[in-house]
Design a protein around this ligand. Structure first.
Ligand code: T4K
Length: 403
C-alpha cells in the first residue's frame, strides 16, 4: 500500500477523529425513550429525577458516597474551589492538562503555578511540586492524564506537611482505578468530565465525587445559584445544573459500557501488539497500575524513530487519521500563561513526542482500522527517507494538533 504523502490514496474516505463521540445504536434508543419520559413529565431541569438517578449511579460505580452532577467539568472545578474557600494564593497544577484546569483556578482568584510531570504517569510530579512551593501555595490539583492516576499518596503527604488542600482533575478517569481506588476514593474530592468526547458522556457535563456530605451539600447549593434548602441564596452560586436531557443521555449510555470497554480494550491490544516492537515508538502504559477505560491510545515518537513526531502527524493526516497531540505545547506555553512557569523539561520532552490515535471509528470496522493504522507506522519506518524528502519540500510544515 502506498502512503498518501507518496502518491497513494488515503486509507480512510472520511476523517477518523481522536475523541469522536461514542454513541451505540441501543444507547440512542434508550436515550430517546428516557428523553420522551422527561418530556412527558415536563420536568426538564433543576434537579429532576433523571439527574438524581445519574448521581446515584455515578457514585455507586465509583464507590464514593456522593456524586454532584454539573453542567461540565470546568464548572465542577470552579464550584469545588469556591466550596473549599480557595480564593487567593497559588494552585500547583500540571502543565500537561487541558487549559480548563488553570483557567478554573484563575476564575477563583488563584494563580496557577505549573509543575513538571512524572514521566511514568504523565501527571504532576510531587517532587517538582515541592520544589515550587512558596508561602502563597494553597492547593495541589493533579490531573489523571488518560485515566492514569497521579501519585495520590505522595501528593497527600506533601499536602499534609504543607497545609495544602488536595483535589484532583479526574476528567479522563471515569471508571478508572489506581489499585482498587476509583476517583473519589483517595480521601479528597475529584471531578469527572462527561464531555461528548469522553469515555462516558452526557454530551456536556461533569461531576464532583466526594465522601464529605457537607461539601456535597455546599456544591449542590453552589450549582443552583447558592440556594439552600430553606430557599435562601446564602452562597454566591452559579447556574451549573445538569439538565434532564443530559442526564438521560448518561443513563442511556451506562448499559453500553461493558461492551464499549471491551471494544476499546481490543483496539488497544491491536495497536499495542502491532507497535510495541517498532524501534523508536514507546507506548504509554495506561494499565500499569490499575484499571483504565482505554479511551486514549497514546505513544511517544522517540528520537530513534526515523521521522519526527510532527511529520508522523502530517503523514497520518493525509490518510484521514486526525491524530492529536494532547496537551501540546503545555499550559505553561499557552498565551495567557507563557512566561509564568519557566521551563518544564519532562513536560516539554513528553509533549514534543506524544501523539494519540483514534480509538473509535466512523463508517469502518474498528479492529480492521486499528490494524491498518498500526501497519502505517511500519510503512513510515520503511520509507522514512522518501517521507523526509516530502516533509522538507513541505517546509517541515504542520503544527501538531493541540488540545
Ligand atoms: N480537565 C481535563 C484534563 C480535560 O481534558 C477537560 C476537557 C477538562 C478538564 C474540562 O472538561 P469540560 O469542562 O469540557 O467538561 C475537547 C473538549 O471540549 C474538552 O472537554 C476536553 N477536555 C478537551 C481535551 O478536548 P476538543 O478541542 O478536543 O474538541 P473538538 O471539537 O476538537 O473534538 C475532538 C474531536 O472529536 C474532533 O476531531 C472532532 C470530533 N468530534 C467532536 C465533537 C464534540 C465529533 O466528531 N463530534 C462531536 O460532537 O475539546
Amino acid at each position: 500500500m502506498t502512503l498518501a504523502v507518496l502518491g497513494g490514496t488515503a486509507l480512510f474516505a472520511v476523517p477518523q477523529h481522536v475523541g469522536g463521540p461514542i454513541v451505540e445504536a441501543d444507547t440512542r434508543e434508550r436515550f430517546h425513550a428516557l428523553a420522551d419520559d422527561a418530556f412527558a413529565r415536563n420536568h426538564l431541569t433543576n434537579n429532576g429525577p433523571l439527574a438524581q438517578r445519574l448521581e446515584e449511579e455515578i457514585a455507586r460505580r465509583h464507590n464514593c458516597p456522593h456524586a454532584v452532577f454539573v453542567a461540565n467539568a470546568t464548572l465542577a472545578q470552579m464550584l469545588l474551589l469556591r466550596a473549599l474557600e480557595l480564593d487567593d494564593g497559588e494552585a500547583l497544577v500540571a502543565a500537561n492538562t487541558f487549559v480548563a484546569t488553570p483557567h478554573a483556578c484563575e476564575w477563583q482568584g488563584l494563580t496557577p503555578v505549573f509543575c513538571d510531570l512524572d514521566p511514568d504517569t504523565l501527571a504532576l510530579d510531587p517532587g517538582d511540586a515541592e520544589r515550587r512551593l512558596t508561602p502563597r501555595a494553597r492547593c495541589l490539583i493533579p490531573t489523571h492524564v488518560f485515566g492514569v492516576f497521579a501519585d495520590m499518596e505522595r501528593l497527600a503527604d506533601l499536602a499534609r506537611r504543607n497545609n495544602l488542600v488536595l483535589l484532583a482533575d479526574a476528567a479522563h478517569a471515569f471508571d478508572c482505578t489506581r489499585g482498587e481506588a476509583f476517583a473519589g476514593g483517595h480521601g479528597v474530592p475529584e471531578f469527572l468530565s462527561f464531555h461528548a468526547t469522553k469515555y462516558f458522556s452526557t454530551l456536556e457535563g461533569g461531576a464532583i465525587l466526594t465522601a464529605d456530605a457537607g461539601l456535597a451539600e455546599r456544591l449542590r447549593s453552589l450549582r443552583n445559584f447558592g440556594f439552600t434548602a430553606s430557599g435562601d441564596a446564602a452562597l454566591p452560586g452559579l447556574n451549573a445544573k445538569g439538565s434532564e436531557i443530559a442526564a438521560a443521555f448518561g443513563l442511556a449510555s451506562l448499559p453500553a459500557l461493558p461492551e464499549r470497554w471491551q471494544r476499546l480494550r481490543d483496539i488497544h491490544d491491536i495497536y499495542r501488539n502491532a507497535l510495541r516492537d517498532v524501534p523508536g515508538l514507546r507506548i504509554h502504559p495506561v494499565d500499569a497500575a490499575g484499571r483504565n477505560n482505554y479511551r486514549y491510545f497514546s505513544l511517544f515518537v522517540e528520537d530513534a524513530f526515523p521521522l519526527p513526531r510532527d511529520a508522523v502527524v502530517q503523514v497520518l493526516r493525509r490518510e484521514n487519521i486526525l491524530a492529536r497531540c494532547y496537551f501540546h505545547p503545555g499550559c505553561h506555553r499557552l498565551g495567557r500563561y507563557r512566561d509564568s512557569g519557566g521551563t518544564l523539561p519532562n513536560t516539554e520532552r513528553a509533549l514534543d513526542r506524544i501523539l494519540s490515535l483514534p480509538t473509535s471509528f466512523v463508517e469502518t470496522d474498528g479492529e480492521a482500522a486499528a490494524r491498518s493504522i498500526a501497519r502505517l507506522f511500519h510503512d513510515m519506518a520503511e520509507r522514512a527517507g522518501e517521507i523526509m524528502d516530502w516533509w522538507k519540500r513541505e517546509g517541515g510544515r504542520g503544527e501538531p494538533r493541540t488540545a
